[in-house]
Design a binder for this molecule. Structure first.
Ligand code: NAD
Length: 437
């Protein structure tokens, strides 16, 4: 067991977290610092954004297939409920920890406000290596976790959704467990459910589609044609594979893909559908025969026009930001770019479309799903996709104009512009509501 070294005092005096300098929560706090000068009188309320409203830590014990009793640590964090119920995914990963979930919850608050969805921000997770569990163990884990966080979630309180290593099946178990506990089928308690249980058409690929829509709009603004554009993608799961597919359909060449099993490269472009089949068969991109393999670190040196980090946070360090070739970075993942790297990229004239707008397609269609569940009236996939496109185009336009008012994206990054739009919405709502009691 190694104890994490405490490199700085607890961030803004919260006694229960000790994040390292490049930890997600510290990254988030630095992003908030950057936007404060632009918030005028609302900065009086800024401390609201620096503290999660609630953090729940739960023990999740299950009996394993071999009869052992295993204990896992689970979390649900509600960062802000000012603009509506909490909304945010649930992550299963061996590195999940409280301060990471806090950051992910906070980014959900910003994201939902940036797109103007009537939600606050929340996130959950379990520290577990899900690939080491059988399906039965995974179901037990999910059901016990759902019961443990049952006092926080609900269709009007906080609505979980899939994130890394969770999917529609996990959402079905969560919905069923919650429904059993409250004694009524409650489809609106989670989103990202199977279609047969109140899911929405278009939800599975919505985040990747959102990355594509943001990429299309941003590329147009910097005169980067998508036809023939070379695209590199890190992470080939739900987000990365759907985005890659749409870029390929728009005439782009997917030159490199990296996941936890390897990195594959083909100058002429990888065939996305074939790569998806290979991943389905083998569990990862490693060993894909229609491409060359390469060292993981070499991924960042691949000549490309568009880079899509769609795996985990903290991937684009200042050093990698100096090396990468892309003109456009589309953050499919949450928090993939460290603050120091942000400055390097802006300095080099690389446009970054930040996570808090770029991957908002998923939560936008989750919002559609929630609305459809309430009205028990379901939309066609075309309708879902068209509404998603419209909402993201409008949100990005507003963010772009905000940056323009401050001299353009080289002066005010799209990240700071997005935070400015979102924080203004959250804090003015806070001010109008006032403090209780
Ligand atoms: P996923 O589990 O479907 O896929 C994750 C991918 O990342 C896999 O291809 C995996 O192999 C890869 N990966 C994991 N560790 C890696 C490593 N060390 N190096 C390279 N690749 C690695 O997850 P997802 O749903 O696609 O989520 C990916 C990112 O997008 C996460 O940051 C998540 O928070 C964010 N996100 C997801 C959604 C959604 O709707 N699923 C919405 C918004 C944001």
């Amino acid at each position: 067991m190694c104890t994490p070294e405490i490199t700085e005092p607890p961030a803004n005096g919260l006694s229960y977290v000790h994040p390292g300098p490049d930890s997600p929560w510290n990254t988030y706090l630095r992003q908030i610092d950057r936007v404060m000068p632009h918030l005028g009188r609302l900065s009086r309320w800024a401390e609201t954004l620096r503290r999660p409203k609630r953090c729940l830590i739960v023990d999740v014990p299950i009996e394993m297939d071999d009869g052992r009793i295993a204990h896992f640590e689970g979390y649900r964090v509600q960062h802000s409920l000012t603009r509506g119920p909490g909304k945010g995914g649930v992550r299963y990963h061996p590195d999940v920890r409280l301060e990471e979930v806090m950051a992910l919850a906070a980014w959900m608050s910003i994201k939902n406000a940036a797109v103007n969805l009537p939600f606050g921000g929340a996130k959950g997770g379990i520290r577990v290596a899900p690939r080491e569990l059988s399906l039965k163990e995974l179901e037990k884990l999910t059901r016990r976790y759902t019961s443990e966080i049952g006092l926080l979630i609900g269709p009007q309180q906080d609505i979980p959704a899939p994130d890394v290593n969770t999917n529609a099946q996990v959402m079905a178990w969560m919905m069923d467990t919650y429904s059993m506990n409250v004694g009524a089928t409650t489809t609106g308690v989670v989103t990202g459910k199977p279609l047969q249980l109140g899911g929405s058409l278009g939800r599975v690929k919505a985040t990747g589609r959102g990355v594509f829509v943001c990429g299309r709009e941003a590329a147009r603004r910097i005169a980067l044609p998508l036809e023939g554009a070379r695209v590199a993608v890190q992470g080939f799961g739900n987000v990365g594979s759907a985005a890659a597919e749409l870029f390929q359909q728009a005439g782009g060449r997917i030159v490199a893909v990296q996941d936890h099993t390897g990195t594959v490269w083909r100058e002429a472009g990888l065939e996305v559908a074939e790569l998806m089949l290979h991943v389905q068969r083998t569990g990862g991109v490693g060993g894909f025969r229609a491409a060359q393999g390469m060292e993981a670190e070499a991924f960042w040196d691949v000549p490309c026009d568009v880079l899509i980090p769609a795996a985990l946070e903290g991937q684009i360090t200042a050093e990698r930001a100096q090396r990468l070739h892309a003109r456009l970075v589309l953050e499919g993942a949450n928090g993939p770019t460290l603050p120091a790297a942000d400055d390097v990229l802006t300095g080099r004239g690389v446009l970054v479309v930040p996570d808090v707008i770029c991957n908002a397609g998923g939560v936008t269609v989750s919002y559609f799903e929630w609305v459809q569940d309430f009205s028990s009236f379901f939309w066609s996939e075309d309708e879902v996709n068209q509404r998603l496109d419209r909402i993201l185009v409008q949100a990005l336009q507003h963010i772009w104009e905000t940056a323009e008012q401050h001299g353009g994206w080289r002066q005010m990054s799209l990240r700071t512009a997005t935070f400015a739009v979102a924080c203004e919405r959250i804090l003015s709502a806070r001010e109008m509501r006032g403090l209780y009691p």
